[in-house]
Design a protein around this ligand. Structure first.
Ligand code: CU
Length: 147
């Protein structure tokens, strides 16, 4: 009997926790190729909802942003370089797909894009960047810290 009530209490607790477990992170990218969130903290396996807003009114072909989260140890510069010639796939290079945990599509000025993903279970640092050409170099990068 005690075991059963413990099990029920555990299930209720787990349900409550999972209902609250989606963490929303809102990032704003500007026409100056800056964004305002350089670090995202997450618990192992936590559901993360990234909302990326692109400010400004320049044409999308000239100015747009995305959020691309990489696996641990992946060199973000390599991904940014490969992305430069990947306009047909919205700057998500096919050769780098296995290095990406999650990504949004491109947001042009005034648009919002989003993605929900599960943070890795392994504590560590996971790089993210905007792969629109030139933006990584100017500073559109950050780190997801799982701990
Ligand atoms: Cu960008």
């Amino acid at each position: 009997m005690r075991k059963l009530s413990t099990a029920i209490a555990f299930i209720l607790l787990a349900t409550t926790l999972s209902a609250k477990a989606v963490k929303t992170v809102t990032i704003t990218g500007t026409e100056q190729m800056k964004w305002d969130v350089a670090t995202i903290e997450a618990k192992p396996g936590e559901q993360i909802h990234v909302v990326l807003k692109a400010a400004g009114s320049m044409p999308k072909a000239a100015m747009a942003h995305n959020f691309v989260l990489l696996k641990a140890g992946v060199n973000a510069q390599d991904v940014a370089t490969a992305a430069m010639t990947a306009r047909e796939t919205d700057f998500i290079p096919a050769s780098m797909k296995d290095k990406i945990i999650a990504n949004t599509t491109l947001a042009g000025g005034g648009e919002t894009v989003e993605v929900t993903f599960k943070a890795p279970m392994k504590p560590g640092t996971y790089p993210y960047l905007c792969t629109f050409p030139g933006h990584f170099a100017v500073g559109m990068k950050g780190e997801l810290v799982v701990k």
